[in-house]
Design a protein around this ligand. Structure first.
Ligand SMILES: O=C(O)CCC(=O)C(=O)O
Ligand SMILES: [Fe+2]
Length: 219
């Protein structure tokens, strides 16, 4: 993993106060900061459009999900160096993402896999395409209609890079099954919680723990 930043945090001063590492990343090559800012703005638009489409798939208005879970994008650049013995290690262990959804932009090297019907299925890279991953809080708000995708990244003999754009709820957002998606037949499956309290649980649990299950009701 080489860098992590929020490209669209408008409040922050242009000259980074986060230390020499960020300053190095944001000024090499010159113009990197501006390029990342406009990348972040475009990914934010992609998030809004995607949430509108997912809202409609839930039979709701286009604004439904962005009102229920106000969120913003944080970006990570993952780099997996070439691995001489890929059978012995994992690039990134099996997990679900903790936010609302993730947009992955892969290089041309195969490595991402998703778990479907208990089988690992490779996700081949498609040039200029983003992979949309349903994450934990979309599962909560949709009251289990969408499932948080279990995924992992394999190590391999060729270096691989991935830009991961995570949509995370605002810290004070209350995450709960939307009342519009609950009924007597389908009562709330997961309990209501403020996002910053979710983070405390997530940070204590390990990556492979199906962390959302800590919030399940009626077990
Ligand atoms: O490297 C990948 O393809 C997956 C990255 C990922 O799942 C993550 O950063 O959460
Ligand atoms: Fe992930």
């Amino acid at each position: 993993m080489i860098a992590c930043f929020s490209p669209i945090s408008q409040e922050e001063p242009k000259s980074s106060t986060r230390g020499a590492f960020y300053d190095l990343v944001l000024t090499n090559p010159p113009g990197a900061h501006e390029a990342l800012e406009s990348y972040g703005e475009e990914v934010h638009k992609l998030l809004q459009r995607s949430l509108a489409l997912v809202s409609e798939a839930l039979g709701q208005t286009p604004e439904f999900l962005s009102t229920k879970i106000p969120s913003s994008i944080g970006t990570i650049l993952n780099h997996y160096p070439p691995c001489p013995q890929p059978d012995l290690v994992m690039g990134l262990a099996s997990h679900e993402d903790g936010g609302v959804c993730t947009f992955l932009q892969q290089s041309e090297v195969l490595g991402l896999e998703v778990l479907k019907d208990e089988q690992w299925v490779p996700v081949p890279p498609v040039a200029h395409a983003f992979i949309f991953i349903v994450a934990d809080h979309l599962q909560v708000v949709s009251n289990d209609r969408f499932k948080s995708v279990t995924h992992r990244a394999l190590a391999g003999p060729i270096a691989r890079s991935v830009i991961a754009n995570f949509a995370a709820p605002d810290m004070d957002a209350v995450i709960q099954p939307a009342s519009e998606l609950c009924s007597d037949l389908k009562p709330p499956a997961l309990r209501s919680i403020v996002y910053k309290d979710v983070l405390k649980v997530l940070l204590k649990s390990d990556l492979q723990a199906k962390r959302l299950e800590a919030f399940r009701l009626g077990q």
